[in-house]
Design a protein around this ligand. Structure first.
Ligand code: F6P
Length: 321
């Protein structure tokens, strides 16, 4: 049983991170373990930006987007010296284990603490990208998808009225999980993602065929990691000859109050992580498998990339007919 644990949020923020902090803090405090937070992720550990928690510290934050602990992408922590300094500070503050809420970069940092310094860590998947192996969902994905979907629904109204093609760019540097989910839910005619090869000429052909069948407006969702929306718009105007507009949703997708799904997921994962850490488990990331809470070694989680379901992309095509 640990006497004192720490919590950080690290990397890109995600709606629901606050609920995860609340879940971890209250689960720990409830069993008599002291909790501290560090501001600005790993950066704050190296700089000793510490905040002593009591139960009230996490009061009223469940509905707030962002993270009360702030976040950062730390360059110094990528070095062995930086990590050594962080472990030294954690130990000097009597912090016996750390809950790391973040995406793959942050979890990689946690894995180094575990493997190189034998420091107890427990990861919580927090990323709008949903690209983390070992969990069906990461915190923030559902909110980001629903935010994108709201924008897509609005854009469809004006696309329909003006009989235009609209290209909506969503986040996802290396993957198309948000694009695919929001595209399917929004009835997009095409979804372009980095994982699966695509041809803009074929998309133009499809647009023409749909036009001939009477479909006068179309919506294309593109993941930022595949192409920029402006380039897709230009290509369509040039090669298909239709009037097109584009919209980049950007960081809007990372903000806002978390959905009920993300809040409950975050509370469960936060509490599960704290409980496991306090009871002696280490070097893992908690997650969900269906409705079941699970936990996997970080080495497994980070060994492969989470794969997109190609059937879902096919479904986009079938639905566009
Ligand atoms: O990893 C989350 C994410 O929002 C990606 O989807 C996006 O490409 C990236 O972060 C943007 O990072 P930044 O906020 O540093 O511009």
């Amino acid at each position: 049983m640990m006497k004192r644990i720490g919590i950080i949020t690290s990397g890109g923020d995600a709606p629901g991170m606050n609920a995860a902090i609340r879940g971890a803090a209250r689960a720990a405090i409830g069993q008599g373990t002291e909790v501290v937070g560090f501001y600005h992720g790993y950066e704050g550990i190296m700089n000793n930006e510490i905040l002593e928690f009591e139960s009230r510290t996490v009061g009223g934050i469940i509905a707030q987007g962002g993270t009360i602990l702030r976040t950062a992408r730390s360059k110094e922590f990528r070095t062995h010296e930086g990590r050594a300094k962080a472990v030294e500070n954690l130990r000097a503050n009597g912090v016996e284990g750390l809950v790391v809420i973040g995406g793959d970069g942050s979890l990689t940092g946690a894995k180094f603490l575990h493997e190189d310094f034998d420091y107890p860590v427990m990861g919580v998947p927090g990323s709008i990208d949903n690209d983390i192996n070992g969990t069906d969902f990461s915190i923030g994905f559902d909110t980001a998808v629903n935010g994108a979907l709201d924008a897509i629904d609005r854009v469809r109204d004006t696309a329909y009225s003006h009989e235009r093609v609209f290209v909506v760019e969503v986040m996802g540097r290396h993957n198309g999980f948000i694009a695919l989910e929001a595209g399917l839910a929004g009835g997009a005619e095409a979804v372009i993602i980095p994982e699966i090869p695509f041809s803009l000429l074929e998309i133009c052909d499809d647009l023409r065929k749909m036009h001939e069948k009477g479909k006068r407006s179309s919506l294309i969702v593109v993941a930022e990691g595949a192409l920029r929306a402006v380039d897709v718009r230009d290509f369509i105007e040039k090669h298909a000859g239709y009037e097109a507009r584009y919209l980049v949703l950007g960081h809007m997708q990372r903000g806002g109050s978390p959905t009920a799904f993300d809040r409950v997921l975050a509370l469960q994962l936060g509490a599960h992580a704290a409980n496991r850490l306090i009871s002696g488990h280490r070097g893992e990331m908690v997650g969900v498998d269906g409705t079941k809470l699970v936990s996997h070694p970080l080495s497994y989680v980070l060994s492969t990339e989470r794969q997109i379901d190609p059937e879902k992309l096919l479904l986009v095509e079938v639905m566009a007919r």
